[in-house]
Design a protein around this ligand. Structure first.
Ligand code: NAP
Ligand code: ZN
Length: 353
């Protein structure tokens, strides 16, 4: 066991502070990683503030972070796919059953025994729960470690490990491509990746935002059109025209307004995970036989496929790189939808804490 530097919160209302956490010594299948960058996902904020208490109560102290880029510093005796010095990624999961039917189908994220990167019971018993990437190192089973395309900027690649796969997976399943009209709701970390990926897949992409100040950015990021969702006339102009809409909103909002924008048999897929249940009008689904679905990150093979796709298309996140000492300020801004468009923590700054 070694001690790693990290930043943690002690309660739903505490600020982040420097701390020291245990990390296990690599077992034979483990990869030990020095963390270089870690993105800040809104799920980190939901968890740190215990906003998902009814579904996944937060165990404190909590060390979030599941958009991890790092360099391999040691490997276990049976590790075959990575070597010391490799640049690697770790996303939202660090383990699962491996051989249950769900894992066999490549859906480790849906495995009943999936182990999430933070706030999940730690099967190794190193600590009560797993600790995430707001830290200088992590030890992960090699089957949950990803290869990073050599051409991508590392700080800007970290967010692909959650925001990238969470948008890629439903867009791909939704048959997004040429000739399809696709909506992306909420221009935050997930939403801006959704725009870039849907555009690279060849779709006609429309962004829905509550923030007039993000209109120009949405077009720069690749959107064909931008709709201010608070403007009813702008919304009505698109009624019944979307094949697929990806909802990336982190807070309560009216999803029936988006169901009315779908074509017959069109699909609204939720990836945003607001604290409170959303209201759905049955009639908004019945008329036009519309589909409402959800999506959870993606499996490991699909995450590698997404990274390779982003490598080929030169896609990374637009990031604001921050030292870890600015974590509390970053959370305040994230809560106000004031990020362009993902914070990425430069973990070199942790050496100073
Ligand atoms: P984010 O960067 O904060 O973006 C969320 C965006 O939602 C904001 O930028 C804002 O966009 C919009 N929004 C915020 N409050 C709103 C409100 N009251 N009404 C309407 N729109 C509002 O968050 P993120 O990191 O992209 O994460 C988004 C959500 O996805 C979170 O709930 C997160 O937990 C969840 N998530 C799910 C998965 C999964 O596997 N399903 C994975 C990762 C994250 P505009 O300013 O453009 O309106
Ligand atoms: Zn995330």
């Amino acid at each position: 066991m070694t001690q790693a530097k990290a930043f943690s919160v002690d309660s739903a209302t505490s600020p982040f502070k420097p701390t020291s956490i245990p990390r296990r010594s690599p077992t034979e299948r483990d990869v030990q990683i020095e963390i270089l960058y870690c993105g800040i996902c809104h799920s980190d904020l939901h968890t740190a503030r215990d906003e998902w208490h009814d579904v996944m109560p937060t165990v404190y102290p909590c060390v979030p972070g599941h958009e991890i880029i790092g360099r391999v510093t040691a490997v276990g005796s049976n590790v075959s796919t990575f070597k010391v010095g490799d640049t690697v990624g770790v996303g939202c999961m660090v383990d699962s059953d491996h051989d249950c039917p769900t894992c066999q189908a490549g859906l480790e994220q849906c495995c009943p025994n999936a182990v999430f990167t933070y706030n999940a019971p730690d099967a190794h018993g190193t600590a009560p729960v797993t600790y995430g990437g707001y830290s200088d190192s992590i030890v992960v089973d090699e089957r949950f470690v990803l290869n990073i395309p050599a051409n991508l900027d590392l700080a800007a690649t970290a967010p692909l490990l959650c925001a990238g796969i969470t948008t890629y997976s439903p867009l791909k399943r939704g048959d997004v491509g040429p000739g399809r009209k696709v909506g992306i709701v909420g221009l935050g970390g997930l939403g801006h990746m959704g725009v870039k990926i849907a555009k690279a897949m060849g779709a006609h992409v429309v962004v829905f935002t509550t923030s007039p100040s993000k209109k120009e950015d949405a077009l720069r990021l690749g959107a064909d059109e931008v709709v201010l969702s608070k403007n009813q006339d702008e919304m009505d102009a698109h009624a019944g025209t979307f094949n697929f809409i990806l909802d990336c909103v982190s807070a309560d909002h009216d999803i029936n307004a988006y169901l009315s924008l779908l074509t017959n048999d069109g699909e609204l897929s939720l990836v945003g995970a607001p604290e409170k249940p959303l209201q759905v009008s049955a009639f908004a689904l019945l008329f036009g036989r519309k589909k409402l679905s959800g999506s959870l990150i993606g499996g490991i093979a699909e995450t590698q496929e997404m990274l390779d796709f982003c490598g080929e298309h030169n896609i990374t996140a637009d990031v604001e790189v921050i030292p870890i000492q600015q974590l509390n300020e970053a959370y305040e801004r994230l809560a106000k939808s004031d990020v362009k468009y993902r914070f990425s923590i430069d973990m070199n700054s942790l050496k100073a804490s």
